[in-house]
Design a protein around this ligand. Structure first.
Ligand code: H97
Length: 284
């Protein structure tokens, strides 16, 4: 049988969409306030990077090595972690927006502060990965946020210290998300469901969190059943729940790599205080 969208569920969806619109600026105009992106291009000056050639191929449309860098082995200016300041600022900014979004979800403010913190700490990277799907394009598998300066490709994330093997699943995830072609209602419900996961470490009032999550998933099921075109709703709910499982493993990988990056970072100022609080500060 077909569940109905109750008036209350309609209102919930409207609230979530409004919360997302208020916290996701699709013009990306704030990005110029971040520390600027520094992209090593595989030139001899940038030879210090671990994979300069691979990186230059990933970062451009060329499919051949640049002649200049094909010879000589002189190492020069440190290019390692050159994208870290910019991407750390992007992530810190995104965390602030995720917090703003969370505060507008009915039920979040009613939790005790400790549980609010536990949920945000655990889900921040997952919600950032989810919300970033809006800027992701399958045209060139990049996150395109306006100008070329703010177009992020795999090579850029490698230059923040992340490993290629682990970025491939991230891009695959983005492509598969894009293919689901979610409605805005489904996109915002998925982010809210991700936040209200009762099994996150440190959560005290699991029952309350579970109650809200169940209400959100019930709303998602009802929405898909009555609003999504028949031809595409087949297994959509199941596929969305599978995405949450994939996010857990991306999250786990991120934690490991983040720990490594934060230990490797020579300039501790590269990591903004909010980022250290949310993902951990190994030197604290
Ligand atoms: C969105 F590397 O909020 C708005 F150290 O859509 C727009 F920095 O580890 C643009 F320390 O293990 C957005 F944690 C785009 F910070 C999002 C993108 C594109 C955000 C650039 C790379 C991002 C990606 C989502 C996640 C990913 C930010 C990286 C996140 C990070 C980091 C750090 C930090 C840093 C890498 C994720 C690594 C995996 C593969 C999950």
């Amino acid at each position: 049988h077909t569940p109905q969208l109750l008036e209350e569920q309609e209102r919930l969806i409207a609230t979530l969409i409004e919360a997302h619109r208020k916290t996701y600026d699709a013009s990306y105009s704030d990005f110029s306030q971040f520390r600027p992106p520094k992209r090593g291009d595989g030139s001899p000056e940038c030879r210090n990077a671990t994979n300069p050639f691979l990186m230059s191929l990933l970062n451009s449309d060329m499919d051949e090595l640049p002649k200049a860098s094909a010879s000589g082995a002189e190492a020069a200016a440190g290019d390692e972690l050159s994208m870290l300041p910019h991407l750390a600022d992007l992530v810190s900014y995104s965390i602030q927006k995720v917090i703003g979004f969370a505060k507008m979800i009915p039920g979040f403010k009613e939790l005790c502060t400790e549980d609010q913190i536990s949920l945000l700490k655990a889900s921040a990277i997952e919600i950032i990965i989810l919300r970033s799907n809006e800027s992701f394009t399958m045209e060139d598998n990049s996150w395109t946020c306006g100008s070329n300066e703010f177009k992020y490709q795999i090579g850029d994330v490698m230059q923040a210290g992340h490993k290629l093997e682990l970025l491939e699943p991230l891009v695959k995830f983005q492509v598969n998300m894009k293919k689901l072609d979610l409605h805005e209602a489904e996109h915002v419900l998925l982010m809210a469901i991700c936040l209200f996961s009762p099994d996150r470490p440190g959560v005290q009032d699991r029952c309350r969190v579970e109650e809200v999550q169940e209400h959100l998933t019930e709303t998602l099921r009802a929405y898909i059943a009555c609003r999504h075109p028949l031809s595409c709703k087949h297994m959509l709910y199941t596929k969305m729940v599978e995405k949450l499982t994939e996010l857990r493993s991306l999250n786990e990988e991120h934690s490991k790599q983040y720990l490594q990056i934060s230990q490797d970072a020579v300039n501790k100022e590269d990591l903004p205080p909010l980022l250290l609080e949310v993902f951990g500060n190994p030197t604290a």
